[in-house]
Write a new protein. Structure first.
Length: 387
C-alpha cells in the first residue's frame, strides 16, 4: 500500500468516481454543511476534510491549502468547527468506499475467515487511551468489513460487529469473556480465540468450574491437549485446546465451538496465526498515515480526523487496486471462493453449507439451557483428567 508517495488527492478525477454521487446532499443530510459560508458545495467540503487526514497536516496548513486550491475560504477556527461536525459525513463515505473493494475470498472448511481486533489511539500529552478503533477484518479479501470507534471505555466485544452463519471469527484474549463469545454462537457463526481460564467461567459437563491449575496440569511437556468445556449460558459443548509455547514454558489456550472433525488441534494453531493481517493493517495505518498521532484528545475533533485517515486509506486501495494487508499464504484447507464478491452487499455470497455444529447451535438458541447434569461431553480423551 504505497501511501507514502501516491496520495490519492493529487488526482481528484480518479478519486471522485469512487465517492457517493451527490456529495452535496450527503453533506447536508449529515449536518456537516448547514451553512455554506466559505464553502461552495459538499464536494469542496469533502476535499477539504480529506486534506486534514494527510500525515503531518495541521488546521493552519489545511486552511492555506484549501484556499490555494479554491476549495474553501475558511479560517483556522472555521475549519475547526467544520471538522467537529463532519464525523457522520466521513464515516458514511468510508462505508460507501468499502462497497467498491472486491477480491477473492479465502475460506477454511467452507467458512469465511474474519478477525476481530482493536487498537488504542492517544492524543498529545496523553498517558492512556483516548480513542479505540474496533475492526472486523476479512482475512481473505484483506479489508475491514466492520469498523467502530469508541472512547477509552469502549470494550473489545464481538457484539460490535455483524456476524452471520458461515463466519469463522478469530479473536485474541481481549474478546475472551462470556458475553462476547456468546455473540457469534447466538448468530449461528463460529469462533476460534485465545482465552485465559482466570477470565472465563468454563465448566465441565457436570457443571464444575475448571481452574487454571487443573487445566494446565493436563498439558504435556510436549504436544497439546484437547478437551470438552461448557459456558454457563450455552448448552452446546465447546473445545479448549492448550499447547506449551516452545522455549517459554507458558501455555497458550484456545477456545472454539468447532468439533475436532472440522478443526483438528494442529490446524487451530496455524489458523489462529492468520490474525497477523489485522495487526499489520493497524501498523500500516499508524506508520504510513500517522493514525497513532491524534491532533487532540477531544473526541469531537479526533474522531472525524480518524475517519478522514480511514477514508484516505480506502481510496489508496481502490485507486491502486491493492489490499489493506498482503495476501496470507493459504493452508491446505483454505479454499478460494468462486468469483468475486463485494461489501456491504452480500447477496452474492451464500452462507457456508450447514454443518452439524451449525444446526445444533441454531436449535440451542430456541431452547433454554438444559440442566447441567444433562450435558453430553465430546469424546475427547483429556476430559477425564478434569473431573
Amino acid at each position: 500500500m504505497a501511501i507514502g508517495h501516491a496520495y490519492p488527492l493529487q488526482n481528484w478525477p480518479s478519486v471522485r468516481r469512487f465517492l457517493p454521487f451527490d456529495l452535496d446532499v450527503l453533506a447536508v443530510e449529515s449536518q456537516a454543511l448547514e451553512r455554506r459560508r466559505g464553502v461552495a458545495n459538499g464536494e469542496c467540503l469533502v476535499r477539504t476534510l480529506l486534506l486534514c487526514g494527510l500525515p503531518k497536516a495541521t488546521l493552519e496548513s489545511v486552511s492555506r491549502s484549501a484556499m490555494n486550491m479554491n476549495l474553501a475560504s475558511l479560517s483556522v477556527v472555521a475549519l475547526f468547527k467544520r471538522l467537529r461536525k463532519s464525523e457522520t459525513l466521513l464515516q458514511r463515505i468510508f462505508v460507501h468506499l468499502l462497497g467498491h473493494v472486491i477480491g477473492p475470498e479465502a475460506r477454511y472448511a467452507g467458512y469465511r475467515l474474519v478477525a476481530a481486533d482493536a487498537t488504542s489511539l492517544s492524543g498529545p500529552g496523553s498517558k492512556g487511551t483516548d480513542q479505540r478503533l474496533h475492526v472486523l477484518y476479512d482475512l481473505g479479501k484483506g479489508l475491514p468489513v466492520s469498523v467502530d470507534l469508541t472512547d477509552a471505555h469502549g470494550a473489545e466485544t464481538l457484539a460490535r460487529h455483524p456476524l452471520e452463519p458461515g463466519d469463522l471469527v478469530l479473536t485474541d484474549r481481549g474478546y475472551g469473556w462470556e458475553a462476547s463469545l456468546l455473540c457469534p454462537l447466538r448468530a449461528g457463526a463460529h469462533f476460534l480465540g485465545r482465552i485465559e481460564f482466570d477470565c472465563l467461567p468454563l465448566e465441565t459437563d457436570l457443571g464444575e468450574r475448571i481452574l487454571r491449575a487443573q487445566a494446565e496440569g493436563c498439558v504435556p511437556e510436549s504436544g497439546s491437549v484437547d478437551f470438552c468445556v461448557y459456558l454457563p449460558h450455552w448448552p452446546a459443548p465447546l473445545r479448549a485446546i492448550g499447547e506449551r509455547i516452545p522455549g517459554e514454558g507458558r501455555i497458550a489456550w484456545y477456545l472454539t465451538d468447532l468439533g475436532p472433525d472440522e478443526l483438528p488441534a494442529q490446524d487451530a494453531y496455524m489458523l489462529y496465526r492468520k490474525r497477523w493481517q489485522v495487526e499489520l493493517f493497524f501498523k500500516r495505518l499508524k506508520s504510513l498515515l500517522d493514525l497513532d498521532e491524534l491532533p487532540s484528545r477531544d473526541g469531537p475533533t479526533a474522531r472525524p480526523w480518524i475517519w478522514a485517515k480511514l477514508t484516505l486509506c480506502a481510496l489508496v486501495v481502490l485507486i491502486g487496486h491493492e489490499r489493506f494487508s498482503p495476501l496470507d499464504r493459504p493452508t491446505a484447507k483454505t479454499e478460494p471462493m468462486e468469483g468475486l464478491s463485494t461489501f456491504p452487499n452480500r447477496s452474492n455470497v451464500g452462507p457456508a453449507p450447514a454443518t452439524a455444529a451449525t444446526t445444533q447451535a441454531r436449535k440451542a438458541q430456541k431452547k433454554r439451557p438444559p440442566p447441567k447434569t444433562q450435558r453430553t461431553a465430546l469424546p475427547l480423551a483429556a476430559v477425564g483428567a478434569l473431573s
